[in-house]
Design a protein around this ligand. Structure first.
Ligand code: SF4
Length: 322
C-alpha cells in the first residue's frame, strides 16, 4: 500500500462529503454489503458490522487507526476527523441478516469502530441495522460501544431481543473522569456510560462491562478495576470481560506520542513492556487477568477473558472486508 493512495478496490467506494461539523468531515462510503464474514484469529463472532470508518471519539489507544491507511489517509488525525458513513438499504440488510442467521453465528456490531459514535446521532446507520434485525427473528447480536447514544435505542433493542439474542458491551476503561478525558477525549464520561447500562437493564436488555483495553500503570490498579466492576454490577450488567492493551503499528506511534506529552514518566516502562511486540509479556497479562477475575468474584460479577469465548470462526474462510 502506498502512503496517500487508497487500496485497490477502495478508491471506487469513496464518495463525496455529506456533512461537516465541529471540524469533522463526513463522507459517503459505498458498500455492497454492510455485514461481512469474519476471517481472522479465532473470535466469538462470525459476522461483523461497522457502519462507520474512523471515529471522532479519538481514543489514544484505538486499535482501528491503521484502517484509515486503506483509504489513503495516513495522517493519524484523519481517523478522528474524516469519518466515512456507509449506506444501508433496508431490504438488502434484511437479506444479509437472513444469510447470517443461516450460519448460526454471532453478528458483532462495532468490532472495529464505534457504532454509536457521534455520527450515528445524524446518520442512524446502526439504528437501521437494528430495525432490519427486528424483522429477522433468531439472530445472535452483540454490540460494543463507549457511547451513551446506545440508550436512544433501548426500546428498539428490547424489541429485537424479544425474538433474538442481544447483548450490549459497554466499554469503560477508567472510573476517573479526568483520566477518561485524556485517554478518550470525545467519549462520554464513565458515569454516563454506566447510566446508559442501567437504562438498558431497565428494559431487559442484557449488558456486559468491557474493560478494554486495560492500560498497564494507568488503569490496571485494584481501586480502579474494583470501582468499574461495582459500578457495572450496580447498573445491572450480567458480566464483565477484559483485555490488556495491545499496540499495533498505526496505534503505537499515536499512543507513545500521547504518553510523551501527558505521562512522560511512563515512557521508559511502556517501552520496556512493549519492546518489539504489540503485546505485554504474557506473565504481566496473566497477572492483570487474575486481578480482574478475583475482584469480579468479590463483587459478585461473572467474568470471562476474550480467549474464553467460543470460537465462531466460519468453517469456510472469507476475507474480512469492510
Ligand atoms: S470509541 Fe472505539 S472506535 Fe472510537 S476511537 Fe475509541 S476505541 Fe476507537
Amino acid at each position: 500500500m502506498k502512503p496517500g493512495v487508497a487500496a485497490p478496490g477502495m478508491a471506487a467506494r469513496l464518495g463525496s462529503t455529506v456533512d461537516e461539523r465541529r471540524g469533522v468531515e463526513y463522507r459517503e462510503l459505498k458498500s455492497k454489503d454492510l455485514l461481512n464474514r469474519f476471517n481472522g484469529r479465532p473470535m466469538p463472532f462470525g459476522w461483523t458490522v461497522n457502519p462507520y470508518r474512523g471515529c471522532e471519539m479519538a481514543c489514544r489507544y484505538c486499535f482501528a487507526r491503521y484502517t484509515h491507511d486503506f483509504l489513503g489517509l495516513n495522517d493519524p488525525r484523519a481517523f478522528e476527523r474524516t469519518i466515512y458513513v456507509k449506506d444501508a438499504d433496508r431490504a438488502r440488510l434484511v437479506a444479509e441478516l437472513r444469510r447470517a442467521r443461516r450460519s448460526g453465528q454471532v453478528i458483532a456490531l462495532g468490532t472495529a469502530t464505534d457504532p454509536y459514535q457521534p455520527a450515528e446521532a445524524k446518520f442512524e446507520v446502526t439504528r437501521r441495522v437494528l430495525e432490519a434485525a427486528r424483522e429477522v427473528p433468531g439472530l445472535s447480536l452483540s454490540i460494543t460501544t463507549k457511547s451513551t447514544l446506545v440508550a436512544r435505542d433501548a426500546q428498539l433493542l428490547r424489541q429485537v431481543g424479544a425474538t433474538s439474542e442481544v447483548t450490549v458491551n459497554l466499554s469503560v476503561t477508567t472510573a476517573d473522569p479526568a483520566l477518561a478525558r485524556r485517554l478518550e477525549p470525545r467519549a462520554p464520561r464513565p458515569d454516563l456510560r454506566f447510566a446508559a447500562m442501567r437504562a438498558l437493564a431497565e428494559v431487559g436488555v442484557a449488558s456486559r462491562l468491557f474493560i478494554m483495553p486495560i492500560l498497564p500503570l494507568l488503569t490496571d490498579s485494584e481501586p480502579n478495576l474494583r470501582a468499574l466492576l461495582i459500578a457495572a454490577r450496580d447498573a445491572g450488567a450480567v458480566g464483565a470481560e477484559s483485555n490488556v492493551l495491545f499496540l499495533r503499528p498505526g496505534t503505537r506511534e499515536t499512543f507513545f506520542e500521547f504518553l510523551a506529552t501527558d505521562f512522560p514518566r511512563l515512557v521508559p516502562e511502556y517501552s520496556r513492556l512493549y519492546a518489539g511486540s504489540a503485546y505485554v509479556p504474557s506473565g504481566r497479562a496473566r497477572e492483570i487477568d487474575e486481578r480482574v477475575r478475583r475482584l469480579a468474584a468479590a463483587v459478585g460479577l461473572a467474568t470471562r477473558r476474550r480467549a474464553d469465548r467460543p470460537d465462531q470462526r466460519a468453517p469456510r474462510q472469507l476475507n474480512l472486508s469492510w
